[in-house]
Design a protein around this ligand. Sequence first.
Ligand SMILES: *Cc1c(COP(=O)(O)O)cnc(C)c1O
Length: 395
Amino acid sequence: MTASPAQDMAGLEMAARPRINVMKPWLGAEEAEAVAAVIASGWVAQGPKVAQFEAEFAAAQNAGFAVATSNCTTALHLALVVAGIKAGDDVVVPSFSFIATANAPTYVGARPVFADVELQTGNVTAGTIAAALTPRTRAVIVVDQGGMPVDLAPIRELCDPLGIAVIEDAACGAGSTYRSLPVGAGAEITAWSFHPRKILTTGEGGMLTTSRGDWAQRAAKLREHAMSASAASRHSAVLAPPEEYTEIGYNFRMTDMQAAVGIVQLGRLAEAVAQRRRIVARYAAALDGTPGLRLSHDPVYGTSNFQSFWLEVLPEFGTTREGLLEHLAARGISARRGIMASHRQPAYTGWDTGVADLSVTDRLTDNTLILPVFHQLTGSEQERVIGAVMTAGKN
Ligand SMILES: *Cc1c(COP(=O)(O)O)cnc(C)c1O
């Protein structure tokens, strides 16, 4: 690539401008005050704030029951345990996802079997799952990728008669809707993430929601060493009853400090999603129709929270995905490659992960890019991003 001196100068001038991140958590004084109050109370581990966060989160997501966990990966692990998945079972998962989706089945000795995704949403469908089913498939993990709701009803129609549990990985999905309800409400069991890369954050943290009381009860027990009486109930009693360990459990607890942040964040969720959708609408107005760019959009059956707003760089665009990333980086704009493909990671080379065609996954992983979207992104910063995308295509 050759650039004229004038272009070089323009590039340098723009690089001197403040950096624009791809994502920033939206946290404020209220979260700090909530944590300070927990510290002042003297009860910092899992206790009353976790219980309150669980109740408020379950109500917000139309879920029967909610069990807070240390992160979404541990919530997925627990989901598989309570669904009865074990060594020798196959679990169909999208390769096109953060690697935790594929790793979770391995924690219970099961095998992840990769399914492809559809081009429009980046999500698995009943068709891509059907193509990956094996005689040993006992569960599928569907993902609301980047907040884009998965089309769950046809997947349940496929899996329910076969006795295959449908677990929803809604790590990125808080605030997205499916058929006018919060995502996750239609699955028997759903896992959520509160990592800062997601919209609702507790630093680290996760949640398992389920429509089944028996699963919720077992998950709540397993997350704290499978103790017969919770630590909270024992510590609040003056004379604690003796406890019993009914099976081998885990320590997957959330702290009350995190839950206090989560309660404040949950109160901000609707506003956070509305602001992200306004930002994405401005990107769409400016960039839709640009030759060689394909933008992600809401599907007909739901709305995305746009935890990640991605676009695909097609051959007609003036440069490749890598070229566009470099062009943006030279102007202080931190975009990101799209979602990874787990089947291409060294962790899974050498594993037998099924025979399904993964060509859409490969195409999306190689050609998509995530643009900056965060609550505090200003109009002029967004103009800088849009301008930089447009000039990249004209090289
Ligand atoms: C972030 C993410 C996870 C992992 O969440 P943690 O809370 O970091 O464990 C799992 N699945 C998907 C799809 C994710 O995006």
